[in-house]
Design a protein around this ligand. Sequence first.
Ligand code: DHB
Length: 391
Amino acid sequence: MNAIARCAAGVVTVALGLVCSLASAAGDTIKVGVLAPMSGTFASYGQQITTGAKAFMKRNGDTVAGKKVELIIRDTTGPAPDVAKRLAQELIVQDDVDFIVGFGLTPNALAAAPVVTEAKKPMIIMNAATSIITTKSPYIARVSFTLAQVTEPMAQWAYKTGLRKVYTAVADYGPGFDAEAAFKNGFTKLGGEIVGSVRIPLKNPEFGPFLQRIKDAKPQALFVFVPAGEPAIGFMKAYTERGLASAGIKLITTGDVLDDGVIEAMGDDVLGVISTHHYSVAHDSPENAAFRASYAQINATQRPNFMAVGAYDGMAVLYEVVRKLNGNIDGDKAMQILRGLNLTSPRGPIQIDAETRDIVQNVYVREAKKVGGKIYNVEFETFPAVKDPGK
Ligand code: DHB
């Protein structure tokens, strides 16, 4: 047994000038590299993801299989694939992490995929939601959602409630393309008509002119996906200012637009908006109550959103892998464990599909409503165990 192995076995020893102790030896730590935007327009993503991960550790302890779990958080600064790729490399080469997790934004997840493939490191996606991501490396598993997964139920719900002519507006990148295609396919298959489609730039979007064009086209409804947080706030403001609601154009969206973290700040203009998504902070279950309570212990003023629950569940599956491997992380064995894994999440039952490593989960139809004087996405219909429709 060498010095490192003795440390790992919990023997406090001094050998070859190497001092190790139970708490600090590298072999006694599970290092988790967290890549997320912590600054700039998308800083709320990093905030939600890191708080969600810490909430899991608060509730379940920071030790698993006798090893201390350490989060090493790195700021991708926004949609910046070159930065994400470099940080992923540094986490692996310099910090010797066991897992890479996080990923608020699709371009960053795609940039890290070849890095984790080469290093055989398990990568757990806590938000980024373009369908193709999990196909880019056998070392990627996703516990968040895909835009196609939450959008197809919206197309079905819209048709069922009598809508026939819908305009679509999406952010002009991967998840937006997926949302646009899923809505169009789902809605036209049933007999609905897409009367127009626009794609809005991801960086510095100007929503007003797009919305004016949509208003002039007089659709029955507008289906929208823009990324959560600041882009969504900008969209809602322009939607109200341009008078689409008063012109009778119904707004239907993915839950990103009415992100729990900012919905209260959006104000009463969102009341009545219907969205589909996999998580609402108002979801009524003991697991969600426990999640809200531990999140509040880390941050009592901010509401958790879907990214926070993705991070909480991401840590849950990571702990399961560490437990099953008894603390000795091997990339291929880790992926074997992640494939087919079931969990009762704060959002409801979830499974990582054994074949695609993508998530299977309930998708909820929700209405923005006041409950006890505060605005929530209140779930009223469930599409059970939904898979990404393209997989
Ligand atoms: C992404 C997906 C989202 O649902 C969102 O709100 C923001 C970003 C993404 O995959 O980039």
